[in-house]
Design a protein around this ligand. Structure first.
Ligand code: SF4
Length: 408
């Protein structure tokens, strides 16, 4: 286990606090004749402390004394309404419990004022968090690293064995300033693009991905789950090792590739072409339907041993069902979900929207990164296949899991 300490941001990472923040802002500003703000506006304006949120919800040039009065009104209301609408994001409590059970120390660092941050953690995550620090007088806010370093010191944690997890550029910058690794989470208040621009090199789309990333996959359990369904299963720590394995297994054969960002990121076409006759429509060829081996990825793998794929043209899922004698399903750790329902949810709400954005199609998910179950003519998810076992026409059907984040 590389990390022994995890520091989490609060708002937008552990808790969805937008509803109560909206109510408290409106309780502060509407008595002054200002229009109420929406949850979307709060989402856009939150960050860097409550005073900044209030300031952004008031007209430019509002005197400091008026902002201070609004801030006081906000706190009066918010202190009594911290938990009217606030709730943990789905899977977050289970994530914290899994990290705790594995012996990790857990801290929370927030730009929300300290008493409110502590009250929320006590209520929602009792006994799961070792230390919570919110905004305090005379201590600079994130992205200043002062509080982050205080946590390291108080918990006796080394920077190299600590990871910071948050949903905003402020979080990524805080980790950078403190000299610790960061993982951005995409389910909160800010976009994937914002996190990447801030320098996030690792991103997680669902809390269960963090469990796998931080604790590592349970290879024995996965092997058992997939083989019980009739799939072969191999695991490689790196994409280079997996690529070398595939090149060896495919040597001298005709190989068809399904459309796959994972294979692209692995450089698999170039590597396998050294030893095999590889056909890939992403390289300007027609989709290959009569190769001896079909290599592709999946959009979701369940820890219970099922494989989920979603497709538009559907040549990829068709070739995974019939044609070749051997199939390799090559997936990064990010494709692992606890259940087949989670894997389907992932395929529909993570993989399909990201592909829609990549392809720049006119679908609702291309705009906001979430599935709206659209009936758009440009809809890209038209086939959903759950492999509960290898199709009978295949002689070998192998899940190749790689210990890295790859593809969608
Ligand atoms: S159903 Fe529509 S909105 Fe949902 S992922 Fe597919 S294309 Fe996007």
């Amino acid at each position: 286990m590389k990390y022994t300490t995890a520091i989490f941001d609060l708002d937008g990472t552990l808790l969805n606090t937008l509803g109560d923040l909206r109510e408290a802002v409106n309780a502060a500003i509407t008595p002054r004749g200002l229009p109420p703000v929406t949850e979307t506006q709060v989402r856009e304006r939150v960050g860097n402390g409550i005073r900044n949120l209030i300031t952004r919800c008031m007209p430019d040039g509002t005197p400091d004394s008026e902002i201070d009065a609004c801030l006081a009104a906000f706190r009066t209301y918010y202190n009594d309404h911290l938990m009217d609408y606030t709730h943990p994001y789905p899977g977050v409590t289970e994530l914290l419990q899994a990290l705790k059970d594995a012996g990790m120390r857990i801290a929370v660092l927030s730009n929300k004022y300290d008493p409110a941050a502590k009250a929320l953690i006590r209520h929602f995550f009792p006994r799961l968090v070792d230390l919570t620090l919110g905004e305090r007088p005379d201590v600079p806010r994130k992205p200043d690293p002062a509080s982050c370093k205080e946590i390291l010191s108080d918990l006796g944690a080394a920077p190299e064995s600590t990871v910071y997890l948050g949903d905003s550029a402020v979080d990524i910058h805080t980790a950078q300033n403190a000299g610790i690794d960061a993982i951005g989470v995409t389910w909160g208040f800010r976009s994937r693009e914002t996190l990447v621009e801030a320098g996030a090199v690792q991103l997680a789309d669902r809390p269960y991905e963090l469990s796998t990333l931080l604790l590592g996959p349970d290879i024995d359990a996965l092997q058992k789950a997939f083989t019980s369904h009739g799939f072969a299963f191999t695991y490689f720590a790196t994409k280079e090792q997996a690529t070398a394995y595939l090149a060896q297994e495919c040597a001298g054969k005709t190989v068809g590739f399904g459309g796959s960002i994972t294979l692209d990121q692995m450089g698999a076409y170039e590597a396998l072409s050294q030893t095999a006759q590889v056909h890939w429509h992403w390289k300007g060829e027609a989709p290959c339907v009569n190769a001896q081996i079909f290599v592709t990825s999946a959009n979701g793998l369940s820890a219970t041993g099922e494989v989920v794929n979603i497709d538009g043209a559907s040549n990829r899922v068709a070739a995974s069902l019939y044609g070749a004698k051997t199939c390799f399903m090559v997936c990064g750790l990010n494709k692992l979900a606890p259940t087949v329902q989670d894997a389907i949810e992932r395929a529909r709400n993570v993989a399909a929207p990201r592909n829609a954005q990549r392809l720049k199609v006119q679908t609702p998910c291309a705009v906001d990164g979430k599935c709206h179950d659209c009936r758009s003519p440009a809809r890209i998810c038209r086939s959903l296949v759950v492999h509960m076992g290898p199709p009978l026409s295949f002689e070998r059907y192998e899940i190749v899991l790689i210990g890295e984040i790859l593809g969608y």
